[in-house]
Design a protein around this ligand. Structure first.
Ligand SMILES: C[S@@+](CC[C@H](N)C(=O)[O-])C[C@H]1O[C@@H](n2cnc3c(N)ncnc32)[C@H](O)[C@@H]1O
Length: 231
């Protein structure tokens, strides 16, 4: 079930089931709604994320929660060897990428220890049941010296920007999403922001998982956040 705006935010296995159902439901029009909602800025944010990996062409990069394959395509364009993983089969069925795709929960990746040079993950952290175990799983699969770059939405710190952001993300996005796709799903997405810990906590959790050079960047005045680190 996709939570309605009257339901409490789900946790545990309920959250896994809700998130899977939600993305299976919105998959057919995900790309269209995404481009409209972000004014195409998401393309620029993904490019910045990939650049921050600082990995050479030919590197093996796992794109986690790959959805319909936007990151996979950008990584392929940089001549990376890409592997995509996502929980929702519906999203994978609508993916446009040459990368091999696997249905999997990012907390239990079906790949060996130290098997990838890098990881990207876009707009998905708030959907995971727990972030500590996710960062531990990243530390398991990324080889020593490899890189991670994790992108997600955030709430700007400037009061003016935040006011505009709250109206846009809290009202306009659910309206557009409701008209073009599914009202409950696009009502849930802004609410899911509250799952995300503060930047300091994110940084300390990534460090606790064993990463070094942990950096947290706010992009476009804090509309999105990017966390990078070295294994
Ligand atoms: C907002 S979409 C982002 C998709 C893509 N990364 C992008 O940049 O457009 C979030 C994705 O996270 C996936 N997801 C959520 N929880 C997951 C989990 N535990 N394991 C794997 N994928 C998950 C969803 O199925 C969905 O495709």
């Amino acid at each position: 079930m996709i939570p309605t705006r009257h339901d409490p935010l789900p946790t545990g296995q309920d959250k896994v089931d809700s998130v899977r159902t939600l993305f299976d439901t919105i998959a057919p029009r995900y790309d269209l709604v995404n481009r409209i909602m972000t004014f195409g800025l998401d393309v620029r944010w993904r490019d910045r994320t990939i650049k921050s990996l600082s990995l050479p062409a030919g590197s093996i990069v796992a794109d986690l929660a790959c959805g319909t394959g936007d990151f996979c395509r950008s990584l392929e364009a940089q001549n990376m060897q890409v592997l995509g993983f996502d929980l929702a089969l519906g999203m994978l069925e609508h993916a446009r990428t040459e990368a091999p795709l696997t249905q999997a929960d990012v907390l239990h990746l079906p790949i060996a220890n130290d098997s990838v040079d890098g990881v990207t993950c876009g707009f998905a952290l708030r959907n995971f049941v727990e972030l500590g175990p996710f960062f531990t799983e990243l530390a398991r699969v990324v080889r020593p010296g490899g890189r991670i770059a994790l992108l997600d939405v955030s709430r700007p710190s400037s009061r003016v920007l935040r006011a505009g952001y709250d109206i846009y993300f809290g009202r306009v996005v659910p309206l557009i999403g409701g008209l073009l796709s599914n009202a409950d799903a696009y009502g849930y997405l802004p609410r899911s922001l509250s799952y995300l810990p503060a930047p300091d906590r994110l940084r300390s959790d990534v460090t606790a998982a064993g990463f070094s050079n942990v950096e947290h960047h706010q992009l476009n005045g804090g509309l999105v956040q990017l966390i990078t680190a070295t294994a």
